[in-house]
Structure formats: C-alpha cells, structure tokens
Design a protein around this ligand. Structure first.
Ligand code: NAD
Length: 484
C-alpha cells in the first residue's frame, strides 16, 4: 500500500523517498514516497470531477454523516493516533492526546454547522426577495506545517469539507503519519472518491498544488516567508488564499499578579510544545516592580521542567523537530550573545541524549531591535524585558512585524481591557494562555496572516456568496421603476 490517497486509491508516490525520523531518537520510523507532479495533477483533477458531480456539495446529510463518523472512529483509536503524533513530532504524549480530543471536537463542531446555516433570505425594499447563499468554492488546496500536523490539518479539512468543497491536502514532509491515520478514518467514514485527496511531499509538491489551475483556493499554515511566496503566486491567478503564519507573541505581566501562578503560565506560554507553537509567548514583558522576584521564580520553574522521552508519562518537554531546527535555534542563541544580551539560563544542546534535545534558554538585557526579540525562533528561547507604564508595555508588545497573539496578566479587568484594546494581535488571552476555542476565530494581523480559521469564520472562508434575487411578477421594471 502506498501512502498517497488519490482519487479513492492508495498510491505509492512516484517522487522522492522520505525518511520520517523520530526526533526523540533520531532514528528512522517510516519510509514514504512523495507524490510527483503527475500525481498532484491527478489529485486535483479527481477533486475537480468529484466536486463537479455535485454528489457531495448538495448532499448535506452525507457530509454531516462522514464528519461525525470520522470523529467517532478517531475517538476510538485516540491513543494510537496520539502515540503516532508524539513519535512523529516529539511532542509529549499528554499534549498529543489533547490534540486528538480537539480534533474530534472540531469535526463534530463543523458537522453541527451543516446544513448551510450561513444562508439567509431578505425582503428587499422594492418588494423582491433575495436569497444569500454561501456556496462551496470548489477544489481547495490545504497545506500545513509540522508542529500540529493533525490538529491544524483538521482545522482546515473539517470546515472545507463541511462547506461542500473537494480538497487536495498536503502535510509537512517531516510529519505525515498522523494524517495518514486520519485519511483511513475518513475512508472508513465513507468519504466519496475524489473529494479528499492526500499527497505527501515538501516545497515542490506544495508549489504544484498552488499552481494547479483546478485549485481555486489555497489555505496555508506555515512560515511568513513561504506564506508571502504563496500569496504572490496566488495573485497571478487571483486564487483565493488564507494564510496562518508565524508570530512572536508578548506576554505582559503587571505588578499586581500572583507571581507563583503567573510564572507557571509564563512557562506554559513560552515552552508548550518546546516553544514550537505559532502563538508561543517567548517575549516576557514584566512590570519593573516585580521584575526581579518574577525572574527568580520563573528560572526555578524552568529548571524543574521535565525534559525527556515524549512517550513517557510526566514528560513536559520533548525534542525539537529536527537537527536543522536545533541548528537554527542555537544560531539565534549565538546571535543573542553576540548582540550583548545576557544568557540567564540554559540554551545548551543536550548531546548526551540521542535525539534533538535542547535546554530552554532565557535572556535578559535585550534590546527591542535585537533579532532574538524581533524574529520568530520557533523554539524555547525566552527574552525578558521590563516596563513601567501600560503605554510602554503596549509599545514593546506591538514592536514587531508580527501580530498573532498576546497574553496579559493583571488583577484589574479594566487594565486588562485597556491593554487588549491597544494590542495589535488576532488572539488575546487575559489571565490565561494558549487555549484554542473551536467556536472562536483564530488568526493574526500584520505579517501573521490573512483570514481566520475556526468558528463560523473558518467555514465562511471556504465559501463564496451567491445572491439570488427573485421578483414575484415581471409586470414592473423593479428597481428602475422603484427609483423613478
Ligand atoms: P514552512 O513555511 O516551511 O512549511 C509549511 C508547509 O508549506 C509545509 O507543508 C511545507 O512543505 C510547505 N511548503 C514549503 N514551501 C512551499 C511553497 N513554496 N509552496 C507551497 N508549499 C510550501 O513552515 P514550517 O517550518 O513547516 O512551520 C513552521 C511555521 O508555521 C512557523 O512560522 C509557525 O509560526 C507557522 N505556524 C502558524 C500557525 C498559525 O495558526 N498561524 C500554526 C502553526 C504553525
């Protein structure tokens, strides 16, 4: 059996051989083959034909049934899928279990939004009646990164399929395995041939999807750099596009907080999933009154983080995704030191372990213009900065090109609201961090992206509006007569 699901059949990829490594051991877990150009073309064509047959887009009951059944199948094999996800990505097993739970919830949420709850009928002022329908776009290309392969995949797939589209899906070349399991669940749930196509590969396969003329929308999650390239390419064909990109989120701590509890949140905000999270908050902005005591508690807590085998219960921090990512993160640590920042803690590669393990690093005496403050490292590198006033906190928080998320910790709800109103970010948590809510929009401003996932907004992004205006009689000239 191959690992690419194209037009209702498993196919061995005719492209490059990929060795999928376990980042905790650096050993090869699986070998798969990328789809080649012809297979991507075939996937897009089969999606187009399946969509054009209308058997999916007009069959609300079938769409609902397939999504609900896929959710139940996944729920039954949750532990198996969580284990695959943990091995593939290096994330601690308890986090992988939460991902699978969230995926099941997301599938049921979008199944619940079918049939088309987005359509509405309006009585117009000239006496005619208008139906505003949101229709599927057609073939959608869905491309996701390696940090949450299953969760981010389903954040796109569930609304795309619920809205009645056909899709060509591409996981990251580093982490395809959990989505292969999900593909099996969709097949068992009765997804019609051609409606869902799964192709494995990296940049070239992604480009082939983006460039395919049958594909009418690209929904991409990944880095700003790749997002910009995709946006430019989509502009050539005026293809619809939504982009969920990187971040460098701040976490603002006021002087009225419980230091112990807030430091716990700060560790979680910055180090969850090894800091390989788009909304990670590695920029800690601390009120000057609590800077020293907060720093002390924070460093204690970071030193107690349980680093180790992601499959072992109790592990809180696993390996980074790859050797090249370890190199990228350590290069940023070097840049921080060269730039004059002071390394308070960690940053060492844990060479005694077999996999791609690195200690979290904490810097202070950083300048807002430094690369370690400005650029997304996508790893466990924390910077500490202090502020005196709320205006200063907002200025530091907004002082990067990103605008994905932010956190505010304060006892005063009025202050929390004041700061939230002024932050340039798509998602803001007050006295909390990280939770994605399936019914609320997710996405960023500035260079963190275009469009929103989750919630009804996530469904709307996979639809086109159609306005059908109906006159009861043809006896008058309608608008023309009405306006005279
Ligand atoms: P990446 O941009 O390198 O790759 C993302 C995906 O795009 C992969 O599947 C890759 O194979 C594919 N790809 C690469 N080049 C392509 C091209 N030219 N055309 C089409 N597809 C192409 O990102 P990554 O390193 O896999 O992921 C990390 C990035 O993802 C970080 O910047 C992170 O912040 C971002 N991210 C954002 C969110 C969000 O919700 N905003 C969530 C998770 C991750």
């Amino acid at each position: 059996m191959g690992h690419n699901w194209i037009n209702g059949e498993w196919e061995q990829g005719n492209g490059k051989r990929l060795e999928i490594k376990n980042p905790a051991t650096a050993e090869i877990e699986e070998t798969v083959f990328e789809a080649d150009d012809l297979q991507v073309k075939k996937a897009a064509e089969s999606a187009y034909l399946a969509f054009s047959s209308n058997s999916w887009r007009y069959n609300f009951k079938l769409r609902k049934k397939v999504l609900e059944k896929a959710a139940s199948i996944l729920e039954e094999k949750a532990e198996k899928v969580a284990t695959i996800e943990s091995i593939d990505t290096g994330k601690p097993i308890k986090e992988a279990r939460v991902d699978v739970e969230d995926v099941v919830h997301c599938l049921r949420y979008y199944a619940g939004l079918i049939p088309d709850s987005l359509s509405k009928t309006l009585k117009m002022e000239d006496g005619t009646e208008s139906e505003i329908k949101s229709e599927p776009i057609g073939v959608c290309g869905l491309i996701v990164p390696w940090n949450f392969p299953l969760l981010l995949g389903v954040w796109k797939l569930a609304p795309a399929l619920a809205a009645g589209n056909a899709v060509v899906f591409k996981p990251s070349e580093l982490t395809p395995m959990s989505m292969i399991e999900f593909t099996k669940a969709l097949i068992e749930a009765g997804i019609p041939d051609g409606i869902f196509n799964f192709v494995i590969g990296g940049r070239e396969v992604g480009q082939a999807i983006v460039e395919n003329p049958m594909v009418k929308k690209i929904s991409f999650t990944g880095s700003v750099e790749t997002g910009k390239r995709i946006y430019q390419r989509c502009a050539e064909d005026l293809k619809k596009v939504s982009l969920e990109l990187g971040g460098k989120s701040p976490l603002i701590v006021w002087n009225d907080v419980d230091i112990e509890k807030t430091a716990e949140w700060a560790v979680f905000g910055a180090l969850f999933n090894q800091g390989e999270v788009c909304v990670a908050a590695p920029r800690l902005l601390l009120h000057q009154d609590i800077y020293d005591p907060f720093k002390k508690v924070l460093l204690e807590k970071i030193s107690q983080v349980n680093i180790g085998d992601p499959l072992k219960e109790g592990t809180e921090f696993g390996p980074l995704i790859s050797e090249s990512h370890v190199k990228k993160v350590t290069a940023y640590i070097e840049k921080g030191l060269e730039g004059g920042a002071s390394l308070l803690y960690g940053g060492k590669v844990l060479a005694e372990k077999k996999g791609y393990f690195i200690e979290p690093a904490v810097f202070e005496e950083v300048d807002q213009s430094m690369e370690i403050v400005q650029e997304e490292i996508f790893g466990p590198v924390i910077t500490l900065q202090s502020f005196e006033t709320k205006e200063e906190a907002v200025e530091l928080a907004n002082g990067t090109n990103y605008g994905l998320a932010a956190g505010i910790f304060t006892e005063s709800s009025e202050r929390g609201r004041w700061i939230a109103e002024r932050l340039e970010a798509g998602i803001i948590w007050i006295n909390s961090y990280h939770t994605p809510y399936v019914d609320a929009p997710w996405g960023g401003v500035k260079q963190s992206g275009i469009g929103r996932e989750l919630g009804p907004e996530g469904l709307i992004s996979f639809t086109e509006y159609k306005h059908v205006n109906k006159s009861v009689s043809i006896d008058s000239l309608g608008w023309y007569q009405f306006k005279r």
